[in-house]
Design a protein around this ligand. Sequence first.
Ligand SMILES: Cc1ncc(COP(=O)(O)O)c(C=O)c1O
Length: 409
Amino acid sequence: MNLTELYQTLGDELKKIEDAKTFKYEVPLESVQNGIVKVAGRDVVMLASNNYLGLANHPKVVEAAHRGLDEWGYGMASVRFLCGTEPIHLELERRIAAFVGCEAAILHGSCFAANEAFFTAILSNDFGQTEYQDVIYSDQFNHASIIDGIRLCRAVAKNAVLRLYRNRDVDHLAQMLDEDKDKNYRIRIIVTDGVFSMEGFMAPLEGLHRLAREHGALFTVDESHATGVLGATGRGTPEELGLHGQIDCITGTFGKALGGASGGFIAGKKELIEFLRQKSRPYTFSNSMPPSVVTASLAAIDLIEQNPQIVEKLHDNTAWFREEIARLGFSILPGKHAIVPIMLGEAATAQQMSRLLLDEGVYIKGLWYPVVPKGEARLRGQISAAHSKNDLDRALDAFKRTGKRMGVI
Ligand SMILES: Cc1ncc(COP(=O)(O)O)c(C=O)c1O
């Protein structure tokens, strides 16, 4: 293929994506991210962001970012081990580790990078052994970054076996572990999202944790959608399910509830974290988090720890919205999480409803096949502590009008 043919082929592929109605369009916001945002000159209720705690533009977070710029400058122009570490990086590692209930933590540019780093860093090392096999048990619906991390690992660490267990199915995992009981695996890793973002369902941590203990596996949970969101004090799925401090390894992001800019982390035992500092390639070969994002992330943790009412407000808003949208006659997936999937069935219905709702002043995204199973198209509402009751009322009124107009309720 010459270059002209390549560009032609790429253009054809884009057309196919458009024809299949899976093209991802971006709607520019004309305001900062918040409970209410401006789109095409109008104020609309934002129900599609991961700004769960409303910290993305909280004055204290913004002020901390300014302070970071003033005190520590704009960029590090380096990776951590060359000359990219400042005391604030070390402080954020200490604080996030304590917050999620682990001994230590290591920052990465994003949680995507953290998940990509994790498996290869651990399993590509022979630790002096010549004959061995490792195994990763992964939930079939884990996030793309876990999938890619495992793919990368298996391309490098040829001895790593992957076993996918059915989504949140503890019995299926137990069966696999049982089948593998007599296999002499060197390292076993069980990995799951803490919260699955298409449904807002929690992973059954208790059962998975028990199996990990029984089979000597390293239990890893990606808490990107749960830190700051679940648990009475926002410490995530383990807190919600009574397992805070008991998870071997937690990965997460500063790009959602914890400030919403960017940055990721891996937390776990000191030895694991120090080993990753030596062996994680995205850590070793990619720039440190910028100082302003670090100081703002620290301010986000301060806010959550010092103002439990922020997390409570998210929980109240979520419970209230879930109740009211169901009362209107919409079918939602059950749960406690701020992700509220409103089930519509056909992709065309979800597409149309999302468009009409924007006209009615609500920004919400639709999900349909192949992102979710055929016939399970939905609108994914995401509630925030930044919403006032009035904002949510506005959204519910718009849902009522649009739902009736479309014959959905
Ligand atoms: C479960 C999960 N893991 C990882 C990520 C990636 O996070 P980041 O934006 O920090 O790369 C996301 C973001 O969508 C996620 O939902």
